[in-house]
Design a protein around this ligand. Structure first.
Ligand code: HEC
Ligand code: HEC
Length: 420
């Protein structure tokens, strides 16, 4: 009897010790807690109306944009829509190293989730709003391969589109005349397309470009709905912030918590992947392998002057912003070694769905991404911003487990993830 009691006592002592040890392992300092809070989805503030797009919160614009996003008629061959590459079930990516539309693109498809918060768009940031971003793939030969007169005509000729459009933007100009408004005319693209555009009067060109811009603004309103919901990481931080004692494996596993420590600690990942979307929305060179050293690989060095000169930027005639709404553009950094070979820091939410990774789809797996950071080779163009980490295989695994705890559903009515 006494012996049994002793065994029980020893056993419970052992349990307490074990339990204490497990708790001690994941006690966070006040400073660390602040960092966790900054990464937590609860820190994502509500976005107001985009000053450059006064329709950005309008439900009719959302409805119109939702339809256009999935509609293949907005392409040169009737086979491509935004959703061909930005597939809702893959967190709005396509699973390919390099995107494929009407032709072969040279870039990996990024997610659109959370991008409404970004001041810059595209890997090199050559657009400064979601609406002006949307215009580029529509006329890019490798993507939608269409032309703005054709897009305007789709809206004009479809009763549903036209009624939604006119409710928002006012009565459409008559663009039915085939001679004045050829079906395939735009200032970019194939030579015939450009010649047809040059043959149009400036006034008619303006009418069409106005409709084209409004299409972009409607799409942007729809895209603005795509915000990440809470992940297991966020639930964990929720509990910590409410003062609860969270034991290992209750929300995050011990391995995931160890990975989180590395992420905010010796991995130095939060230098760039910070804030609730795990991106600083800035441009960095991380010394990636590249197939050849071309202008395309100059990254932000190329993107910055393009957006500065674009007629579709925040300060341009198509923007709804007042001049003092465009601080990002006013203070844009155009020169410096740090821009060369640098690309926009992507979000790290939903990495389970967004492989392959990086601007050229360089890495098929998270393992290869993490091995890259661990070795941090010299950049092939410009100068790398990252240093070797010297993490063990076990630590790299823990880091990977943590990254995958950031997966979550999209916080939107599911009907918006389907073709209307
Ligand atoms: C052929 C595939 C394809 C199609 C079609 C396509 N995209 Fe993309 N999208 C891409 C690729 C690739 C990039 C990155 C291009 C770059 O940075 O040069 C991109 C970039 C973006 C971005 C920028 C994300 C960021 O973080 O900067 C947004 C937003 C976006 N696309 C929305 C759209 C919309 C809206 C449409 C339809 C009008 C569309 N895309 C059509 C492949 C595609
Ligand atoms: C100096 C800034 C910086 C630091 C530090 C940094 N990253 Fe990145 N990260 C980036 C940039 C920029 C890219 C995109 C690079 C490109 O495609 O050219 C990126 C891309 C990624 C991607 C690919 C995402 C995708 O969708 O393609 C992952 C995963 C990633 N980083 C994880 C990490 C982890 C984990 C750490 C810490 C070990 C880390 N990063 C440290 C800036 C940084």
């Amino acid at each position: 009897m006494v012996q049994q009691k002793l065994v029980l006592l020893l056993f419970s002592l052992f349990l307490t010790a074990f339990h204490k040890h497990a708790l001690a392992d994941q006690i966070w300092s006040t400073k660390q807690l602040h960092i966790l809070e900054a990464l937590w989805i609860g820190s994502l503030t509500d976005l107001g109306v985009d000053p450059s797009n006064k329709f950005s919160k309008d439900p009719i614009a959302v409805n119109l944009g939702h339809r256009i996003f999935f509609d293949k008629r907005f392409s040169g061959d009737g086979k491509v829509s935004c959703a061909s590459c930005h597939q809702p079930l893959r967190a709005f990516t396509d699973g390919l190293p390099l995107a494929k539309g009407m032709g072969q693109s040279t870039r990996n498809t990024p997610t659109i989730i959370g991008t409404a918060y970004s001041p810059w768009f595209f890997w090199n940031g050559r657009a400064d709003s979601q609406w002006s971003q949307a215009l580029q793939p529509m006329e890019a030969p490798s993507e939608h391969g269409g032309a703005r007169t054709g897009f305007a005509k789709v809206i004009y000729g479809d009763a549903t589109y036209r009624s939604l459009y006119e409710k928002l933007f006012g009565v459409m100009p008559d663009i039915s005349d085939k001679n004045k408004f050829p079906p395939k005319a735009a200032p970019t693209g194939a030579i015939q397309t450009r010649t047809a555009w040059e043959a149009m009067t400036t006034k008619n060109q303006k009418k069409v470009t106005g409709i084209f811009v409004n299409i972009g603004k409607a799409i942007a309103s729809y895209e603005g709905l795509m915000i990440p919901g809470p992940s297991r990481f966020d639930n964990y931080v929720d509990s910590l912030l409410s003062g609860k004692i969270v034991t290992d494996d209750q929300i995050l596993t011990a391995e995931e918590i160890a990975g989180l420590k590395i992420f905010i600690g010796k991995g130095a990942c939060t230098q760039c992947h910070n804030g609730p979307l795990l991106t600083n929305n800035e441009f960095h060179n991380i010394g990636l392998p590249i197939a050849d050293i071309s202008e395309d690989e100059e990254g932000r060095t190329r993107g910055a002057p393009i957006v500065q000169e674009s007629e579709f930027n925040c300060l341009g005639p198509h923007s709804d912003a007042k001049n003092n709404d465009c601080a990002e553009l006013d203070f844009i950094k155009l020169r410096g070694i740090s821009l060369l070979g640098s690309f926009k820091t992507p979000t790290l939410r939903n990495l389970n769905l967004t492989a392959p990774y990086m601007h050229n789809g360089q890495f098929a797996t998270l393992n290869s991404v993490l091995n890259h950071y661990n070795q941090a080779p010299d950049a092939m163009i410009g100068k790398s911003d990252v240093l070797p980490l010297e993490l063990t295989t076990k630590e790299l695994d823990q880091l990977r487990y943590f990254l995958l705890s950031l997966n979550s559903y999209i916080n939107v009515d599911p009907r918006y993830l389907l073709k209307p």
